[in-house]
Write a protein that binds this ligand. Structure first.
Ligand code: ALA
Length: 482
């Protein structure tokens, strides 16, 4: 096939749906409540429990409340676009699959590779958050671990962006939790979903406790000045705490396990995001109201805010809830990562024998899961949290921009395909979604753009050396034209 026609070749929606009927499918066990729980499970984690501290302290001050509103609007616009796709093409693979159906193979590959950044690297960042709250929880009982085994060997200077070595060995707790979750995932989705539901309930209760109890300790003078770093600070804060919202889109990677994907996946996406947005804005208001922004702790800020008011029992429950809650984020992100790899492997863009292998007994993509787990554990052990979080954000924002564009393109190229959920006000919502998420990308600083470009270039290298020649669709077309 000619290069140009292959790069822009789309995978017809009919083909995607027909593939759903084939063999080696995953089990359909998830309903709307489980899907929403998976969404909430993926969303509330290191972002709200850890990154809010740094964002309030260094970037936005009490304006963090507005940062959550801004990031939430960007996500809501993207979520409405995701929901249309999820109802129309309810196949595992998320944005990758949508791009393949609309924008062609090359952009699909780019977005799939970008999702590896979103889910894989985010899992490493989240494992750091887990490690910090785990250590602070153990501290409550007087247990401390040697620093050499809880810090990364390299770090990055905040002001100058220069890398330096720390003399520590690795973040061992972060790596161990990743390997543990990987083992749980191999056993299967039904068990994982049950495990997840318990963790989600606990963390939502803890967040409600933070809001209800913390509200009584707010001192409104802490909200003055409200925007100490101006609107620029609000936007920088938004581009950072955007991390806290990541995960709602992972609901769409579970379409293949949903009992009624056309209805339940859009419900899961929109409901989980809406719930978390309300909770986040409230937590930001409570946190910045309880503690002057200059004194907000940047390691375990929510627990520390309650400790600073002498609320030791609350500190205990918050630390416990954060450890458990962040575990459930890891679970869903790692699960989603393996699903995206599975979808790409079925299309021949990465080695099928390995990534699309489904375990005969557990019916899970065990090989992709193991490889993902080992890589994520390795990155978590070595790289610092702030670096990972910003890299994840820029990659995910790019995925959102592409999905918003794709919904608009699809309305023109495939108007006839049934859409049980329709994004309202097309093209206004997709255009605003692209603009808002692009604006957040621009607030992340040039170093992160450079890292994104390097990541994408590596991806393009893999595509041109491997995927392009082995793409199932290209091979089928070549066979048909012979
Ligand atoms: N939104 C997820 C978290 O905050 C990634 O941990």
């Amino acid at each position: 096939m000619k290069l140009r026609s292959q790069l822009f070749a789309v995978k017809p929606v009919e083909v995607l749906l027909a593939e759903m009927e084939g063999e080696h499918r995953l089990r359909r066990v998830l309903g709307p409540v489980s899907l929403t729980a998976l969404g909430v499970g993926a969303i509330i984690g290191a972002g709200i429990f850890v990154l809010t501290g740094f964002a309030a302290h260094d970037e936005a001050g009490p304006g963090l409340i507005l940062s959550f509103v801004v990031a939430g609007i960007g996500c809501a616009l993207a979520a409405l676009c995701y929901a249309e796709f999820a109802s129309m093409v309810p196949v595992a693979g998320s944005a990758y699959t949508y791009a393949y159906a609309t924008l062609g193979e090359l952009l699909a590959w780019i977005i799939g590779w970008d999702l590896v950044l979103e889910y894989g690297v985010a899992s490493s960042a989240v494992a750091h958050g887990w490690s910090e709250y785990c250590l602070s929880f153990l501290n409550l009982f007087g247990v401390t671990l040697p620093e050499r085994w809880t810090n990364t060997p390299i770090d990055i200077q905040q002001a100058t962006n220069v890398w330096f070595t720390t003399g520590d060995y690795c973040n061992l707790p972060a790596a161990l939790i990743v390997l543990f979750i990987t083992a749980v995932l191999i056993v299967g989705i039904r068990e994982s979903a049950g495990f997840n539901a318990g963790m989600v309930i606990l963390k939502v209760l803890v967040v409600l406790l933070v809001i209800a109890l913390g509200a009584g300790y707010v001192r409104t003078e802490n909200w003055h000045p409200f925007l100490p770093f101006g609107w620029g600070g609000v936007m920088r804060g938004a581009s950072y705490v955007f991390f806290a919202y990541i995960g709602f889109d992972s609901v769409s990677t579970h379409a293949e396990e949903a009992r009624n994907p056309r209805r339940d996946v859009p419900i899961g996406i929109v409901a989980s995001l809406a719930l978390c947005t309300v909770l986040y804005i409230s937590v930001a208001a409570v946190l910045t109201g309880m503690v002057p922004y200059t004194e907000i702790n940047i390691e375990a800020p929510v627990a520390a805010a309650f400790a600073s008011r002498g609320l030791r029992v609350a500190e205990f429950f918050i630390s416990l809830g954060a450890v458990v809650g962040i575990t459930s984020v890891l679970l869903v992100l790692l699960l989603s990562q393996a699903r995206v790899l599975l979808a790409m492997a079925r299309d021949g863009l990465i080695p099928r024998e390995f990534f699309a292998a489904v375990h005969p007994r557990f019916r899970t993509p065990h090989k992709a899961t193991i490889l993902t787990g080992v890589m994520v554990a390795f990155v978590a052990a070595l790289f610092p949290l702030r670096f990972l979080a910003k890299l994840v954000n820029i990659g995910t924002l790019l995925a959102f921009v592409i999905v918003c564009a794709a919904v608009w393109v699809m309305r023109r190229t495939n108007p006839q395909v049934p859409r049980p959920f329709r994004t309202p006000l097309v093209p206004l919502v997709p255009i605003l979604g692209m603009a808002m998420n692009f604006a957040l990308m621009c607030s992340l600083g040039w170093e992160n753009w450079v890292r994104l470009v390097v990541w994408l270039l590596i991806g393009l290298g893999i595509y041109f050396l491997y995927g392009r020649k082995r793409s199932t669709m290209a091979l089928q077309r070549a066979a048909a034209s012979r």
